[in-house]
Design a protein around this ligand. Sequence first.
Ligand code: ADP
Ligand code: MG
Length: 702
Amino acid sequence: MLSVRAALAGCGRRALSTSTIYEGYGQNLFKGAVADKYLKAQGLSAATLDDYTWTSKHADKVAAAVSEWAAERGASSYCHWFQPIGSSGVRHGLTGQVQNMMLHFAADGTPKWDFKGKDMLKGETDGSSYPNGGLRATHTAGGYLTIDPTSPISLRGDTIFIPSCFISYYGHALDEKTPLLRSSEAMSREGTRLLKLLGYNVAGIQSNIGLEQEFFLIPRDAYSKRLDLMLAGRTVLGRNSPRGQEMCDHYMAPLSLAQPAIDAIKDMQKEALKMGIPLRTRHREVAPNQYEMAPLFGSVTTQIDQNVWAMQIIEEMAAANGLAALLQEKPFNDINGSGKHNNWSIGTTCGTNLLNVGQIAKASGSTDIFPVIMAAIVSAVDKHGDLMRSAIASPGNDFRLGACEAPPAIISTYLGEDLTKYFEAYTAGSSDAYKPATKQLSLGAAVLPTLEVPAEDRNRTSPFPYGGHRFEFRAVGSSQNVSMVNTVLQTICADAFKGFADAIEAGAKPHAVASAALKAHWKVIFNGNNYDPANQAMLTERGVWRIDSGVDSICRLTDAKNVKLFKDMGVMTEVELQARQAVGLSHYAGTVEIEAKCMIDMLNQQIIPAVADAGVGSVGELKAVVASIEAGLSSIHHAADDVAKANAARALRLETMVDGRKVVDDVEGLVPASKWPVATYTELLFLDQTNGSASEELIEHS
Ligand code: ADP
Ligand code: MG
């Protein structure tokens, strides 16, 4: 494989020094100038790491450099750091690791610093105790860890973290990362082949992503009084605060009003920057006490690893500042939940963005490439919208999708009027190049300069809008590890690129291939308001993929069309897909069971005694709610198989528990505030307006 550095050398681009931008930036990431210093001492350089064959050629020397760096920064342990199947960010579930000291002990017990190439390249662990969907069992538990050289080693505290893949004794992927890397290779292979047929030779292509991470920050003492938040990350009951987001006064509001949240966010940025995670954007989001951070985009594996780190850092720095971070999709009723927009583009390894019409034309000298690539993506979305939906089927997302805060579970794409018109002409035979129009906006006051803006508006209701230089998968959930999301995007594109390349190789003209694909898949393009029920009905009628239930969408993984797709692209075998489906279903049912049990305990142990004590009646009604949830739990336990269990769980959560909470929330309105035993929505959501102190007073009341 050609090294990234070698590829960059031919691109006429210069690496910028980061050291002047932020003191200490990336000191805890073994990469670039930081790594170079230690690698030079071994006769290597940072460029060694860009050619991934270093793992077979220079492992001992790289390990020696890594140990020197680690020792100088006070680290003495290492681990293979991996992402088990189905890992999500609700309660620390994202990564696996066993930390070992970088020491060996001599026969007389003397410790000796010892960290070799073999220690770094490979590890072994029990594969049966992580979610494995039947790929491992207690008596057949072998699991192996192997370094992922595409993502740099990082350091935190006294430990270095080696990004790793996790596979079974038989080579089945037990993690999120292995299929992602396979899909990266498939997309690069087929994309490079297609570009070559279009007259543009590139060393490889890759996905670049930027993940906008949304989350809530709430007072930790109030959080600690809520069993549901502590154990499930979501409030299963709680009467609305008199104030919600009626005034639209939270989005992008001053952060300075949000002490101590802003202190926590600054700490998050500081911690992240040390590890070379460029979290550059911070702002308040639509709901009270909701925030967003976004990094500068970069290559898909590194970004995912860094997002996984960012989620952990967000939780830790929140706690350090007396707050609790909620990463779950829908922690509160009737206010917005949290997403994680997966901004995605495809670039050459030289950094030319294939989705940027001007850039690709300039780099390749051809204006024919952009429409072909776009047509391939449009066709992929139409064919495999079910898989895109499946990739975002986290339980929390079932509350969010289609609730007018996130797109509906109907997978269409927005191209914008300008580009859509261009493709209309293109499919009618025009071979003109696409020139994105702009328009001039006069602000009506002579002192203000005229503004040039794109001809395209923004469509925030679309699950997958094109935004000029990137698609933005907006329906992704906040708690997700987005590996599967990007595995799907890359696999469906690889398949579309292959289809196009095969046709062109067989003699078809690229324009004809792209036109035919656009015509066949035109129905998936929708520029209107996706929140409008009439449009949703129209799209459903048109046959655009619509899967409302998270459980149904998880089950699409083993559909024959999709088994064939993943097999053909070399991304996952049928057994690996079955395992992911099993993990998805049991994760779904398990999430609901935890939430239901929290609700029962909160009712029996806190709310019913408090209501009885307050003497406001209603105890019988509350007991009936408990009974209905218990019946729902029993139906999960007695369901015949995984699918039936997950469906029973979905009904319990979206019907029984929703009905039950209405009863409880009404009762909350009758009980004196001083007697209500759990933190209220006002206490949880309005910390910012009170600078923390009034919240504490309110909490003391309760
Ligand atoms: P917005 O809210 O307008 O979508 P943000 O600035 O909050 O924008 O986040 C946009 C994210 O998209 C950032 O992480 C940014 O780095 C990323 N991004 C920008 N351009 C690209 C691109 N070409 N490919 C992938 N990601 C991109
Ligand atoms: Mg944003």
